[in-house]
Design a protein around this ligand. Structure first.
Ligand SMILES: Cc1cc2nc3c(=O)[nH]c(=O)nc-3n(C[C@H](O)[C@H](O)[C@H](O)COP(=O)(O)OP(=O)(O)OC[C@H]3O[C@@H](n4cnc5c(N)ncnc54)[C@H](O)[C@@H]3O)c2cc1C
Length: 346
């Protein structure tokens, strides 16, 4: 049986970043991806400035940049203007391929169409057949993580995000629409690309200590919202995927969980790429250096806790929720407040 220093299950942003760091440090790594191609993922591809700066993402990878964002409440619309470009849209496949190109292939063996199907204490099975050994295992296999299931870490808090990629984009701005009647305590987004637009929405599951939110009702609300905004969803495939927000630790002896597998995404905004990247990096550094202090994971967790608190406040404002959204839409007309809101949410 072949034995690797580290096996990484999943080549999303978390797994690719961990592979880059470990490969550069000379570790013998096996990166396993169940899909044929590395990169594609149901995702709106929105990055904020902190992710771009963290990654040092080149211009040619940015499909669109925005220095403003529209916040819409039931009765008001405010364009929050920022000093410089703050939001960026990327194609997930291109992001994945760019991360892949940075990996040291002398040390890192990358295998696609390689699904982890069973996990044991110091080895795992690939595609129901091949046994391979590891000293460390990183579960970077997303919200439906097999590594997390092996560790018996439960997932009770998660969101579900749904998107449609609508051809012939007619929108200029990045928009977030809040309306309690339609989307409860979450929102709908409009992310315009060059030749299409990503529109979508999400809802927390029976999570965050909230009562169950009715997904059928919210889907109906979204269809109504789309018609009202002249967005035709006929014959367009619905894409949906869970977002795991139930963090219960990332280190379990010689097994680690990163990104969505660890439940690091925000339950309020749905942002998870940044958390995946920084957790992938810092878990790799912990493997390399036992006393490494993971500052970025700590910060991401603090931010995530704030988001979950905000979500609860919005949820429990109940019948006053639309009033709160209207108040925020008016408040952020004051530049400073607008910037503070953007900073809190990203
Ligand atoms: C509709 C939608 C819109 C979103 N929009 C945004 C956004 O705009 N901005 C943002 O920051 N976040 C967004 N997110 C969240 C974001 O997509 C995730 O948080 C992020 O992709 C997490 O990265 P990851 O590396 O942890 O996992 P993933 O990106 O899910 O990667 C996991 C990888 O593991 C592979 N894998 C899974 N199981 C196995 C297995 N058994 N064996 C081998 N490989 C396996 C998968 O194929 C996948 O490639 C969105 C999510 C959804 C659903």
């Amino acid at each position: 049986m072949q034995i690797f220093d580290v096996i990484i299950a999943g080549a999303g942003p978390a797994g690719l970043r961990a592979a880059e760091i470990l490969g550069n440090a000379g570790k013998k790594v096996l990166l396993l991806e169940k899909n044929e191609r590395i990169g594609p993922k149901i995702c709106a591809g929105g990055l904020t400035r902190k992710s771009r700066e963290y990654l040092g993402l080149p211009d040619n990878l940015i499909e669109k940049s925005f220095s403003s964002i529209i916040f819409r409440s039931p009765h008001f619309k405010t364009k929050i203007r920022l000093e410089k470009d703050y939001f960026f849209l990327v194609d997930r496949e291109k992001l994945g391929q760019w991360q892949l190109a940075k990996i040291n292939r002398q040390n890192v063996t990358v295998r696609t169409k390689a699904r982890v199907t069973k996990i044991m204490e110091d080895s795992l099975i690939i595609n129901n057949g091949e046994k391979t050994g590891y000293k460390y295992l990183i579960g970077a296999d997303g919200s439906a993580s097999i590594v997390r299931r092996y560790l018996k870490v439960p997932t009770k808090i998660y969101g579900v995000a749904i998107q449609y990629l609508v051809p012939q984009n007619k929108f200029e701005d990045l928009e977030l629409h809040f309306d309690s009647v339609l989307f409860s305590c979450w929102y709908a987004w409009i992310f315009p690309r060059h030749d299409y637009v990503s529109v979508g929405y999400g809802h927390p599951s029976k999570s965050h200590n909230l009562k169950k939110i009715d997904p059928v009702k919210i889907r109906g609300g979204f269809s109504y919202w789309a018609r009202k905004n002249n967005i035709c969803l006929d014959n367009i495939a619905l894409q949906s995927f869970p977002i795991n927000c139930d963090f219960r630790g990332y280190k379990f002896k010689n097994i680690f969980l990163a990104g969505d597998a660890a439940g690091l995404a925000s339950g309020f905004t749905g942002e998870g790429i940044y958390q995946a990247l920084v957790s992938g990096e810092e878990i790799a550094r912990i493997i390399l250096e036992k006393n490494y202090q993971p500052r970025l994971i700590k910060e991401a967790l603090q931010e995530r806790d704030w988001h979950h608190l905000l979500l609860r406040i919005v949820y429990y404002s109940g019948p006053l929720r639309n009033f709160v959204f209207d108040l925020v839409a008016i408040g952020v007309r004051i530049r400073l407040l607008g910037r503070i809101l953007v900073r809190i949410l990203s």
